[in-house]
Ligand binder design. Structure first.
Ligand SMILES: C=CC1=C(C)c2cc3[nH]c(cc4nc(cc5[nH]c(cc1n2)c(C)c5CCC(=O)O)C(CCC(=O)O)=C4C)c(C)c3C=C
Ligand SMILES: [Fe+2]
Ligand SMILES: [Fe+2]
Length: 344
């Protein structure tokens, strides 16, 4: 069977203009796995409230980070695809969950090249219903409706794979080599607490308290919070970071529901107030730099830190098209292609 790979990332608006941002946010936020409330309430919230004000504010933010070639997230994902293709003999396609580079087009591109077996690769180290799950569910719906003879295998969350932790740790080490930082903050995209409870396959484990994510459980296979905390723990261990010199927080909350705590903006504020002068920040929920890392962290986060008296604020770039990262993806893909066993 001829094999092919479909990398999938989140997506971006076609341009930073409010009308394109509105279209993109409309598709994204109407996904039942992103805003997980009944359709009528979701439509009222998204179309009646969020899309009336947010596109303008988001457009301003996108304009600050937009590149000549387009959205950083898309351009960086394309660079990753190109570099990977140079190392892999199978066709590597790229799709976005939202926007014009659809998963359907990505699958069609592979089928047109004669591919019969696809490795679906959501570009997210941690599982979340708003990211990995929405991609795999849509891909299966598309397969049933349009590509019934296609075989699709999905790559699960790889947050704790030793070779991933090694590549991430090496990147952090390299970028902070000549920096004298007092605190390293691991900032992950937030999700509403409800998402974590909904993804608890045991229906009895998740309490989102101080200990559930550290108490062994089958639920961790789909627990975003556990998986984020584990990345921090494993990298901390590997880099031999001193207890208290690093911590975890969650960014980008939306709406009034309780989201995962502690919030990144409040944490940066607190660190500044407590007298931390030099801080570094890494964002391991994102494989490619994007609005959330380039604007919310590198610009807004830095501003908060400076206002609180902080001095040096260093952001570690996402893995993007880092050569060790490309080599690791290529190794995983070759393992999948050459064996009958699961990829990871
Ligand atoms: C209910 C809302 C949202 C959930 C849940 C959510 C989860 C989630 N998102 C990412 C990754 C990205 N999100 C990005 C932007 C973004 N996210 C939301 C809302 C939710 N995300 C909004 C409204 C936006 C748009 C920007 C804004 O208006 O603030 C991006 C950046 C996209 C880009 O074009 O650069 C990424 C990437 C993850 C990993 C995640 C759950 C774990
Ligand atoms: Fe998001
Ligand atoms: Fe938990």
């Amino acid at each position: 069977m001829k094999k092919g790979i479909l990398l999938v990332n989140l997506g971006s608006p076609d341009s930073p203009e409010p009308k394109d941002v509105k279209k993109y946010l409309g598709e994204f936020l109407m996904d039942e796995r992103v805003i997980d409330i009944p359709y009528a309430a979701r439509a009222l919230l998204v179309k009646g409230i969020i899309l009336k004000t947010r596109p303008k504010a988001s457009s301003e933010a996108y304009k600050k980070i937009w590149w000549e070639e387009g959205s950083p997230l898309i351009v960086l994902s394309q660079r990753l695809q190109d570099k990977l293709q140079q190392q892999i003999e199978y066709p590597v396609a790229l799709a976005m969950r939202y926007g014009r580079m659809t998963i359907k087009k990505g699958l069609q591109e592979l089928v047109d090249k004669g591919v019969e077996e696809v490795l679906l690769f959501p570009l997210y180290p941690q599982f979340a219903m708003a990211t990995t799950e929405t991609i795999t569910v849509l891909a299966e719906e598309l397969r049933l409706a349009h590509f019934p003879n296609l075989k699709i295998e999905s790559v699960p969350a790889f947050y704790n794979k030793p070779d991933y932790i090694e590549v991430l740790s090496n990147s952090i080490k390299r970028h902070l080599e000549d920096k004298n930082y007092d605190h390293l903050l691991f900032s992950y995209h937030g999700v509403p607490e409800r998402h974590i409870r909904k993804s608890d396959i045991t229906n009895s484990h998740c309490k989102i308290d101080k200990s559930c994510c550290e108490t062994p459980s089958k639920a961790h296979e789909f627990c975003y919070r556990h998986q984020c905390l584990e990345v921090t723990r494993l990298v901390g261990e590997r880099l031999q970071l001193k207890e208290g010199s690093y911590s975890t927080s969650f960014q980008s909350r939306l709406g009034f529901d309780p989201w995962l705590l502690p919030y990144t903006d409040r944490t940066i504020e607190r660190l500044g107030k407590e007298g931390v002068k030099n801080m570094a920040i890494v964002t391991p929920a994102f494989v490619s730099d994007c609005l959330e890392t380039l604007e919310e962290i590198a610009m807004e986060g830095q501003e908060i830190f400076h206002e609180m008296g902080g001095q040096d604020f260093t952001t570690v770039p996402c893995l993007n098209d880092d050569s060790e990262w490309v080599a690791l993806l290529s190794k995983w893909i070759k393992t999948w292609a050459n064996s009958k066993t699961a990829i990871l």
